[in-house]
Ligand binder design. Structure first.
Ligand code: SGN
Ligand code: CA
Length: 480
């Protein structure tokens, strides 16, 4: 729809509104604008069709709380302090939201926060905020706000969208707004809306090519990861126990179907609600002067490598979906392979609002890329660090690495944040190196292949350069 139902009354300002929809664990390959193998997502695809699709957006730490802190502050985990899931944010640090508010924007947040609450952990810089506690629930969400707690009956994805729409329709029409709508879905335990309970029921979903990856070409870290479709899901996730009579192969086929269908049902609710939100923007006459972004805090393994979850630096986990619509500046139906990062959102939004970024911010404004004017010095590599180690039930050792357009070097350095009370913090140091051109599925590390000695050395230099540039330290050994 190109013409609004009625002309926008919001003519008193020319800075764009921002609608930032962040889902939880939504992999790009479960959005049909990227890949329609699994499902159709017409609501989310509208943003791509009317705007730009980013094909190479990555998070700098593939875990919820850290990625969200990076998005808000435009900084790496070691700068904003949120390295793992249990490190709560000091929310008094400046964010793009607090800066927009100081500049006159109305600022709203509905949904997942996951950065702690109470005192300095409460969201700051918002005129309105209402958040889920930690991971939140799929049904009848209890929401925390400065006024206390309330429970709203209904399916959380729809409830949160209703809250967002309420803010839009009740807005002060003389000022721009910035809305953050942070869905819980499609995070584990993948509970669909009742109206989608039978969706895909009569379909055999296609399996990923790497569902039966035996990890022979990977690190011990990958072999030991407890996120296997065939073994590590629980009855709550699968809505049924693993059938005891099945061997490992058949258990994998069986569990994959159960898992992926519920995951995609949750995605379908998001998709319908994104469509509903876009309709409201149209009806309010806000289509042309509003930047709409759809993304997720990280990617997710959809059975890829035999896994669910994320954390690792493999592409399915670090790759974020990112679709942006802003008819005034972004060509409809465009796409880019420019490397974008979760730390870029803050500077991008500030740029559109005509504000200077803070010196501590470590990303770059994507505005030129969105105008199809990628600067010649645009990044061609990025630094990644997953700090957490040994969360019960996952056991993904801490690691850091560099990804270029062609290669990826990863170092599992043998220690990490650990959790209080854990004793087995040390794992053997290990490296992985992937040639993404020859091995896009990342099945075979060539780290020890002499043919890659020069590449390896170049990547080590690049890794050290990036660590220095972003103010992180290489691992030098366990503290005593
Ligand atoms: C929970 C999930 C994990 C998931 C983490 C982090 N288990 O602990 O599977 O890795 O959250 O997810 S659950 O059974 O409690 O759902 S994150 O998106 O918040 O980083
Ligand atoms: Ca997440």
């Amino acid at each position: 729809m190109s013409s609004p139902d009625h002309a926008s009354p919001d003519t008193a300002y020319d800075r764009p509104n921002i609608v930032f929809v962040v889902s939880d664990d939504h992999a790009a390959h479960a959005i049909s604008a990227y890949d329609d193998t699994l499902l159709e997502t017409p609501g989310i695809d509208r943003i791509a069709n009317e705007g730009m699709r980013f094909d190479a957006t990555y998070c700098t730490n593939a875990l919820c709380a850290p990625s969200r802190a990076s998005i808000l502050t435009g900084t790496y985990s070691h700068v904003n302090g949120v390295r793992g899931l249990s490190t709560h944010i000091d929310a008094s640090q400046p964010t793009f939201v607090s800066m927009l508010r100081e500049a006159g924007y109305q600022t709203w947040l509905a949904g997942k926060w996951h950065l702690g609450h109470g005192g300095i952990h409460d969201p700051q810089g918002f005129d309105y905020w209402e958040i889920l506690e930690d991971q939140g629930e799929y049904w009848n969400p209890e929401l925390i706000s400065p006024q206390g707690r309330r429970t709203i009956p209904g399916y959380t994805t729809t409830v949160l969208t209703d809250l967002a729409i309420e803010q839009i329709t009740d807005r002060d029409q003389s000022r721009p707004f910035c809305l953050l709508l942070h869905h819980k879905a499609p995070h584990r335990s993948w509970d669909p809306d009742t109206k989608h309970a039978d969706l895909f029921a009569d379909r055999e979903m296609p399996e990923p090519a790497t569902l039966f990856d035996d990890h022979a070409g990977h690190s011990e870290a990958a072999r030991n990861a407890t996120m296997r479709i065939s073994r590590d899901l629980n009855e709550r996730d699968l809505k049924a126990p693993y059938p005891p009579e099945l061997d490992e192969t058949d258990r994998t086929h069986w569990a994959y179907q159960h898992y992926i269908k519920d995951y995609l049902r949750c995605v379908t609710s998001i998709d319908e609600n994104v469509g509903r939100l876009l309709d409201v923007l149209d009806a309010e006459g806000l289509r042309d002067n509003t930047i709409v972004v759809y993304t997720s805090d990280q990617g997710f393994f959809l059975g890829d490598h035999g896994w669910y979850d994320k954390r690792f630096m493999y592409d399915e986990s670090v790759r974020m979906p990112m679709l942006v619509r802003y008819p005034r500046e972004i060509p409809a139906g465009s796409s880019t392979d420019a490397m974008a990062l979760n730390i870029d959102f803050a500077q991008t939004f500030l740029d559109y609002a005509g504000l200077e970024a803070l010196p501590r911010m470590q990303g770059r404004s994507l505005r030129p890329v969105l105008r199809e004017e990628r600067p010649a010095d645009w990044r061609t590599s990025f630094y990644y660090r997953y700090w957490e180690h040994d969360e019960p039930g996952h056991h993904v050792p801490a690691h850091y690495g560099v990804r270029t357009e062609r290669y990826k070097l990863v170092y599992y350095y043998g220690d990490g944040l650990g959790l209080p009370g854990t004793s087995d913090r040390i794992t053997p140091p290990e490296w992985e190196l992937f040639d993404l051109e020859r091995d896009p599925a990342e099945l075979r590390s060539v780290h020890d292949d002499p043919a890659y000695a020069d590449v390896r050395q170049e990547l080590e230099v690049e890794l050290a350069r990036l660590q220095k540039e972003f103010g992180d330290e290489p691992w030098v050994g366990a503290s005593t």
